[in-house]
Ligand binder design. Structure first.
Ligand code: MN
Length: 514
C-alpha cells in the first residue's frame, strides 16, 4: 500500500475544501506530526502515515472538514502528550468533541471482541462506546476509516492479533459500515478480514472465481456491446460497468446454495447507471424486451429499498446463447449512496448529521428511515449517560441485529429490529399511540399483539380513548424505546412501582417462578 504523505493530503484537500479550511488542515497535520514524532507503526513507517491515511479516506468519502481534522488528530490524545484542551483551543470544540469520541471508542474497544458475547464486566466499555458515538455518528465514520487502514496494514501484526482484529472487523465494524449504507467500506473490510480468518478458503474461492470469470468475461462482453447498442438507439445517457462479486459474499452465498457455484448467477453483473429513476425503469423494460428475464430474480429495490437504504433495480436474464447475466440498474445518486452510504449525505459541511434527528422519512428534513437506528442509538446513549441500567441483550437487539421496514397506512416508513412486535411500532410512532393501542391491523388483517412484524408490513394501530397499557405488555415489546416508554406509563397508572429496572426484572422473574 502507498505510504501517505502530507503532500498527498494537501493536494487532495485543495480540490475539495475552501482555502482557509485547507490551511487549518495543514495546521492539524503539522501538529499531529510534531506530537507523533519518533513513533513508528509496526511496519516501520512513521506513525503519522496512519492518521494521514485515515484523513485521506475521510476526504475520499466526502466528509466535512472537521471530521477530516479529527481524523488527522484521532490518536494524539491517546498516544501522545497532546491534550483535549489544547485541541479545543487550536481547532475548536467540534473537532475536540470528535477526537474525544474516537478516543473513548478505542478505550471501550479494548475490552470488547464480539458484541454478542462480551462479558458483563465489559459492559462499561460498551456503554462508553455508545455514549461516545451516540452523540455524533461522525465518530463511527472516523473509526471505520481508522479500522480500514489498520486492516490494510495487518500483515505487520503478530498472528494472534491478526485474528482478533480480523474477527472484530467482521463482527462489529463491517456490520456497522453496512448499517450506515457504506457498501464499499463494508466490502473492503470483509475481504481483508476474511483473507486473514480463513486464508485457505479465501485463496481457493479466489482462484475458482478467476477461472469462472476468465471464461465468462468474453461472453459478457458480447452482451454488454449488444445492450450498449440498444440503449444508444433509445438515446439514453448511460454508463455500463462490470461488477465482480466479492470473495466474502461469494463465500456466504455458497453456504446458502450448498456449495454449488453453478447456482450463483451474479459472479459478474453488469451495472447500468442512468440519469434518473424513470430511466432505470425504461432500461429494465428494454432489457426484458431483449432477453428472457428470470421472474423470481426481478428485484425493485427502488420502490422498496433494502433496510440499509440501498436502491437499485436488479434483474437476471437468459441470453439466446443461454448465458445467465445479472443487471443492476441505478442512478448516479443511488450508486453514490450504495458505495458511500451515510457519508455521501454529509456533502462536506452542508448538514452535519449530528443532532435533532427526527423520525420523518426521507425528504422531511430528518434522517431517512433506514437510519432511524441512529436516533435510537442516541436515545440509548442518553439514557446510559443518565445512569439507566440497560441489559446487553437489549443493546444487541436495538443496535446490532437485523432490521426491518414497516409502513404506516399513510406510507410513512419506520425502521425496527427484526422480531419487533406491533406494540414496538406503536411506541415508535408516538408514545401516546402506544399507550392507547387497542388492536392492530397488519396488511388489513387483525394481528395478535404477540405476532412479530415482517419486513414490508403495513401496520395500523387501532386506539381507544382510555389508556390500554397493562403490565403484560412488557412481554410484548422488544425495543428498549418501547420498553422504557411503557414502563413510564405503567408507573403513571400505578401498575408498577417506581423501582429500578434491574429490581423489577428480578421481581418479575421471581413472581413468574411461583
Ligand atoms: Mn488509529
Amino acid at each position: 500500500m502507498h505510504t501517505m504523505h502530507k503532500s498527498d493530503i494537501m493536494t487532495f484537500a485543495t480540490s475539495v475544501y475552501e482555502e482557509n479550511q485547507v490551511l487549518e488542515l495543514e495546521h492539524a497535520i503539522d501538529y499531529a506530526t510534531k506530537h507523533h514524532h519518533g513513533q513508528k507503526r509496526k511496519s516501520g513507517a512513521a506513525y503519522i502515515t496512519h492518521p494521514l491515511s485515515v484523513a485521506y479516506s475521510l476526504i475520499d468519502w466526502g466528509m466535512d472538514v472537521d471530521t477530516v481534522l479529527a481524523g488527522v488528530l484521532h490518536d494524539t490524545v491517546e498516544d501522545t502528550d497532546a491534550t483535549l484542551e489544547e485541541i479545543e483551543n487550536l481547532f475548536g470544540r467540534d473537532v475536540a468533541f470528535l477526537v474525544d469520541g474516537v478516543t473513548k471508542v478505542s478505550q471501550a474497544r479494548s475490552g470488547m471482541r464480539d458484541l454478542s458475547s462480551y462479558l458483563p464486566q465489559t459492559k462499561d466499555n460498551l456503554s462508553k462506546l455508545l455514549i461516545a458515538v451516540g452523540q455524533d455518528v461522525r465518530v463511527i465514520i472516523i473509526k471505520l476509516a481508522d479500522r480500514l487502514h489498520n486492516m490494510s496494514t495487518l500483515q505487520y501484526m503478530p498472528a494472534d492479533k491478526q485474528l482478533k482484529i480480523a474477527r472484530e472487523t467482521l463482527e462489529v465494524f463491517a456490520p456497522m459500515a453496512d448499517r450506515l449504507g457504506m457498501g464499499r467500506v463494508r466490502m473492503e473490510m470483509e475481504e481483508l478480514a476474511f483473507s486473514y480468518l480463513d486464508p485457505q478458503e479465501f485463496k481457493h474461492l479466489q482462484s475458482m472465481m478467476r477461472k469462472r470469470l476468465g471464461r465468462s468475461t468474453r461472453k459478457l462482453g458480447t452482451v454488454r456491446t449488444e445492450v450498449e447498442k440498444e440503449l444508444t438507439k433509445h438515446s439514453f445517457d448511460f454508463e455500463v460497468n462490470g461488477r465482480v462479486k466479492s470473495i466474502y459474499s461469494l463465500y456466504k452465498k455458497l453456504k446458502k446454495v450448498d456449495g454449488n457455484i453453478d447456482d450463483i448467477y451474479d459472479l459478474m453483473a453488469l451495472r447500468i447507471i442512468v440519469d434518473n429513476k424513470e430511466d432505470c425503469y425504461r432500461v429494465l423494460g428494454i432489457l426484458h424486451s431483449m432477453y428472457q428475464p428470470m421472474l423470481a430474480r426481478i428485484k425493485d429495490y427502488i420502490a422498496v429499498p433494502k433496510p440499509n437504504g440501498y436502491q437499485s433495480l436488479h434483474t437476471t436474464v437468459i441470453t439466446p446463447s443461454k448465458q445467465i447475466v445479472e443487471f443492476q440498474i441505478r442512478t448516479q445518486e443511488m450508486h453514490d449512496y450504495a458505495e458511500r452510504g451515510l457519508a455521501a449525505s454529509f456533502h462536506y459541511h452542508e448538514h452535519k448529521a449530528t443532532k435533532n434527528y427526527t423520525k420523518n422519512k426521507r425528504g422531511n428534513g430528518g434522517l431517512p428511515a433506514e437510519l432511524q437506528w441512529i436516533t435510537q442509538m442516541q436515545e440509548v446513549a442518553a439514557r446510559l449517560r443518565e445512569g439507566e441500567d440497560i441489559s446487553e441483550s437489549q443493546l444487541n437487539i436495538d443496535l446490532f441485529g437485523n432490521r426491518i421496514f414497516v409502513y404506516s397506512p399513510k406510507g410513512d416508513i419506520y425502521n425496527l429490529p427484526e422480531g419487533a412486535y406491533p406494540l414496538d411500532f406503536a411506541y415508535l410512532v408516538h408514545s401516546d399511540i402506544g399507550k392507547h393501542a387497542y388492536s392492530f391491523r397488519v396488511n388489513g388483517n387483525i394481528n395478535a399483539f404477540d405476532k412479530p412484524l415482517q419486513n414490508g408490513d403495513v401496520v395500523e394501530v387501532v386506539t381507544r380513548k382510555l389508556p390500554q397499557a397493562k403490565k403484560a405488555w412488557l412481554e410484548l415489546v422488544v425495543t428498549s424505546h418501547a420498553k422504557s416508554k411503557l414502563r413510564g406509563h405503567l408507573k403513571q397508572l400505578g401498575l408498577i412501582e417506581g423501582i429500578s429496572h434491574a429490581a423489577a426484572i428480578i421481581r418479575d422473574k421471581a413472581s413468574r417462578r411461583n
